[in-house]
Design a protein around this ligand. Sequence first.
Ligand code: SF4
Length: 355
Amino acid sequence: MARDNEANLGYNIYVEKTALLYCKDYLERENFQYLVIDSEDDIGKDSKKNIIFKIKKGKFLEPCPGTPSYICCGYYVLSPAENCPFECTYCILQAYFKSKNIKVYANTEDLIKELNEIKTKPIFRIGTGEFSDSLFLPSTNFYLEKLLDFFNKNENIFLELKTKSDIIPEIVKKYPKRNVIISFSLNSPVITTQEEGKTASVEKRIESAFELSKIGFPLSFHFDPIIEYDGWEKDYKYTIDLLFEKIDEENIVWISLGILRFIPALKDIAENNYPFTMIFKREFITGIDSKKRYFRKKRVEIYKKMLSMIRNKSEKVFVYLCMENEDVWMDVFGTKMTGKKLKELMDKRIKEWKR
Ligand code: SF4
């Protein structure tokens, strides 16, 4: 019943009584030390060092919470866990969740049941990186094994595991499949060092991606959130150059670009948690979705520069914008884009990747 031992990698692991049946074998097999509790409320002070196994009562699978005025790629969000230990200053989860505790939902049978309900669809893209980092240890192995087993049997459904870590669980490496995309968020080294807390460096993330490409995984990269500061261009160029130096463009399924956006409540919370942050120092407008963004002209300028830096390295890699409106798409790419069209393009892209 001890906690915080070496095997726990410095985390305190708690299990709510109602969840014990579902995760006991796993925790004991992995030699984790844990404490059984009646409810999360029994713990006292919340912390990103606390991992709590509990039962999820709501749905695991939901459409990405896009806004009609912004073009969404139409993927689904799977939430086997909530919260993340990495401490990015801009992390929206600070505003979404009152508690810092990391929750892992033990009733994975219900998760698989929901996935089984959609497996007859012709094609389906799902991501797990919305409410947590997809690959952080030590709790991800708990559901990864079951998830990867499901995706191995259902090749028309595509899973994107998004991370800012460079530690790829061994269980993932055992399943190099074309329908499991390993996805790295990337940024400039300055933003990574100053604003992305305990995440891996840009160099380490790209090195991990390279190792995964050697064993056959499709890769994707998300420059999100892109943050403007004096000298941003040369720093983002460094990351883009390094990416294409190490990773063959043929192994990249897509790259997304998304400029910093946040709900107004985040600013005070983030500045309180991370007084050193510099990301809120620029001017912002309020978008139709009530989120703060840079002015449209500024966003277009940044996207065009990012796209040009990418195109200097690869003529054909698939690039899209995350949560932008039709006008910005038109200014950046010179083509009309809709949510339906983007979804079709991305479905086609992944379906045909290395066939
Ligand atoms: S890695 Fe993602 S989920 Fe984790 S703190 Fe950073 S932004 Fe939040």
